[in-house]
Ligand binder design. Structure first.
Ligand SMILES: [Zn+2]
Length: 440
């Protein structure tokens, strides 16, 4: 079993009610995995050294660094660039956080969602049993990540609070959910509801269209695509190759069913086509989560960019091979949402291998940051974790992975996304308006 969200959060217990800080969410996630009990012992030691109760210590800026230091110690490898001072002295940790200039990084979260709709998801009324599997999965994830009401808290309002105001994210790229066969004939997130996000934060968001599958009928799909561009001015697509129709899926390299979509996208001026790959969750067929169909479509549509969301994890090697052996390729991208979050805290070796494989084979110009928030609540702990994450020297030497230098992190964090979505970065400007950027 690769990644079962229920299994993953087994043993996770909410100990307080109300919103947690993002750092507390992150620390709790470190404590909830298989290394949890051993990390917990280190946290107790850190709390004692700081002269605080465990509960009080968990509320300080040292808690997350202490969990990271514990991972270094338990594994004997340097996965996190973190100092003893940060882990043991809350004042020092706070100082380090404050001194890190906000706005020094230009961060584009290529993978964000809301997950509510006015009609709700009512089993047997407007949602099938299978459709409820996905709602339930997102409910559990949200609750584990500090959203007491699960999907009901993944609102437009909270999108702003958690991602745009509550984290160092500069620009958030909005990803839709469709699957209307499971949701009473209406997209899981109808475009008119998701358009609220763009309306509220026009310069801080990029809106993608979705919910399209040729299995709903090709002409209908092309009509909807055109309407998304004309009425809602979408900046790209985020699609799913598994779907809820009778056929259960499709491929991007299907010349009859899919190529007319790319031709229409090209005509409408859309350049960036994202697709969920990997993480074969809930009601969907894993076979369609393999990325092999990106091979032909990348060659046949050289002027379009294809983005494999989730980096196709756990099939990241298949994705990486599509560039590792085809270095001429310049339009294949990976995005790390959920994949980084799910591995960094208690599968750090796997996390380093995934990032290392992508950076080595796709190249540092083709890997993009994403967090899959607000499904994961506030993304700030993920940002903090990536800032500190390293590919340990043994893996750099033994696998030819690049080191995670500040230059590479800056590309992953925002420069690559800024290039393909034409975002003006103000990262080098004084930190007056640190997170402003303009989508053009
Ligand atoms: Zn997502």
């Amino acid at each position: 079993m690769e990644f079962n969200v229920f299994e993953h959060f087994k043993g996770y217990q909410r100990t307080t009610s109300g919103p947690r800080t993002p750092q507390e969410q992150g620390t709790a996630f470190f404590l909830g995995g298989h290394m949890g009990p051993r990390i917990s012992e280190h946290i107790d030691t850190s709390a004692a050294r700081a002269g605080l109760s465990r509960r009080a210590f968990l509320g300080t800026a040292s808690a997350l660094p202490a969990a990271m230091l514990a991972v270094n110690k338990i594994t004997g490898m340097r996965f996190f660039e973190v100092s003893e001072a940060e882990a043991y002295e809350p004042a020092a940790a706070k100082e380090i956080k404050i001194n890190r200039k906000p706005g020094a990084d230009f961060i584009v979260d290529a993978h964000t969602h809301i997950c509510t709709r006015k009609d709700g998801y009512i089993p047997g009324v407007n949602t099938t049993e299978r459709g409820m599997w996905f709602v339930q999965l997102l409910d559990d994830l949200g609750k584990a990540m500090g959203l007491p009401n699960g999907t009901k808290d993944m609102t437009v309002e909270n999108f702003g609070k958690l991602i745009l105001e509550g984290s160092d994210t500069s620009v958030a790229v909005f990803n839709p959910f469709g699957f209307r066969e499971d949701y009473g004939g209406k997209d899981m997130i109808p475009i008119e509801e998701q358009a609220e996000v763009k309306k509220r934060w026009p310069t801080r968001t990029v809106m993608l269209g979705g919910g399209l599958t040729p299995n709903q009928g090709l002409s209908e799909t092309l009509e909807r695509l055109t309407m998304f561009v004309e009425k809602y001015q979408i900046s790209g697509l985020k699609l799913y190759t598994f779907d809820s129709t009778k056929k259960r899926g499709w491929w991007f390299d299907d010349q009859k069913a899919a190529y007319p979509i790319w031709e229409r996208a090209r005509k409408l001026g859309l350049k960036n086509i994202g697709v969920h790959k990997g993480i074969p969750f809930g009601q969907f067929m894993a076979r369609y989560a393999h990325p092999e169909d990106l091979d032909a479509v990348c060659d046949d549509f050289l002027d379009l960019n294809f983005i494999a969301y989730h980096s196709a994890w756990p099939y990241q090697h298949e994705l990486a091979a599509l560039k590792g052996f085809k270095p001429q390729r310049k339009n294949l991208y990976a995005e790390v949402g959920s994949t980084f979050a799910a591995t960094v805290s208690n599968r750090p070796l796997e996390c380093a291998h995934v990032l290392g494989t992508l950076l080595r084979d796709l190249g540092p110009d083709y890997v993009m940051w994403g967090t899959d928030s607000a499904l994961w609540g506030n993304p700030q702990w993920q940002i903090d974790a990536f800032r500190k994450f390293q590919i340990p020297p043994q893996l750099v030497e033994g696998h030819g992975y690049p080191e995670l230098t500040p230059e590479i992190k800056a590309k992953v964090f925002g420069q690559n996304a800024a290039r393909i979505w034409n975002l003006k970065t103000t990262a080098s400007a004084p930190a007056l308006e640190p997170r402003r950027a303009v989508a053009v």
